[in-house]
Design a binder for this molecule. Structure first.
Ligand code: OGA
Ligand code: MN
Length: 220
């Protein structure tokens, strides 16, 4: 227990603050950041060990809505997700990492981020997620998206890249290799993005910070 918690300890405060400030600066302008090796390696390793040990039936097909929407959904997105509750040491350390980042972003950017939710995502061979935005402008909704990857040794021919399409950015988009420990942060309403088909099983964590609704409730 002691060893486990020690290995999941946060980075030294100064190093973590420097990392978080890098995210805050990039979020202000241009609205997105891609930082390789930003996830503390021990945390990434523990999360990977945790997620590979989860039973397949803990994962649900992503975005399954009403039966009638199912065919469309398969066309847009083929992956499986497992929501993170933070009830074991690796996921608790992840949720706490995200909470410290939230506090930093709120201090630096006055974003008023209120809550965080995240899930593991598993893209099988051939899995993808077509171009989408994570939130719709004007709704009290997802404000900042946070993604990280748990794929050791990801090679260029493994595909599965995340492509960000920042407004006014390069038409071709910004291509992100889903390499172990890379952390991506972007404004949920501003940045369309897609996941290209993976040629080997691909694991990520996707999370979202939300603001509080005007009536004081936290939206689902
Ligand atoms: C998402 C998403 C990106 C990724 O789950 O909404 O865009 O690279 N994920 O896994
Ligand atoms: Mn998305």
């Amino acid at each position: 227990m002691a060893i486990e918690s020690a290995s999941l300890a946060p980075l030294p405060a100064a190093a973590e603050a420097a990392l978080f400030e890098r995210f805050a600066t990039a979020l202000r302008d241009p609205g997105w950041a891609v930082v390789p090796d930003a996830l503390p390696p021990a945390l990434g390793a523990a999360l990977l060990e945790h997620v590979v040990a989860l039973d397949d039936d803990e994962f649900v097909r992503a975005g399954i809505g009403r039966q009638a929407e199912r065919a469309t959904n398969d066309f847009v997105r083929r992956n499986a997700i497992c929501w993170i509750s933070g009830d074991c040491p690796p996921t608790r350390a992840w949720v706490e990492f995200a909470a410290r980042l939230r506090a930093h972003l709120n201090r630096s950017l006055m974003l008023g981020l209120f809550s965080f939710e995240s899930h593991f995502a598993h893209y099988p061979v051939g899995g993808f997620y077509k171009r989408h935005v994570d939130a719709f402008r004007g709704e009290t909704n997802r404000v900042v998206s946070l993604v990280t990857y748990l794929n050791p040794g990801w090679a260029p021919h493994d595909g599965g890249e995340l492509v960000l399409y920042p407004a006014g950015g390069p038409d071709a988009g910004v291509t992100v290799t889903p390499a172990f420990g890379t952390v991506v942060l972007f404004l949920s309403e501003e940045i369309p993005h897609e996941v290209l088909p993976a040629r080997r099983p691909r694991r990520s964590i996707a999370g979202w910070y939300r603001v509080r609704a005007l009536d004081g409730t936290c939206p689902d």
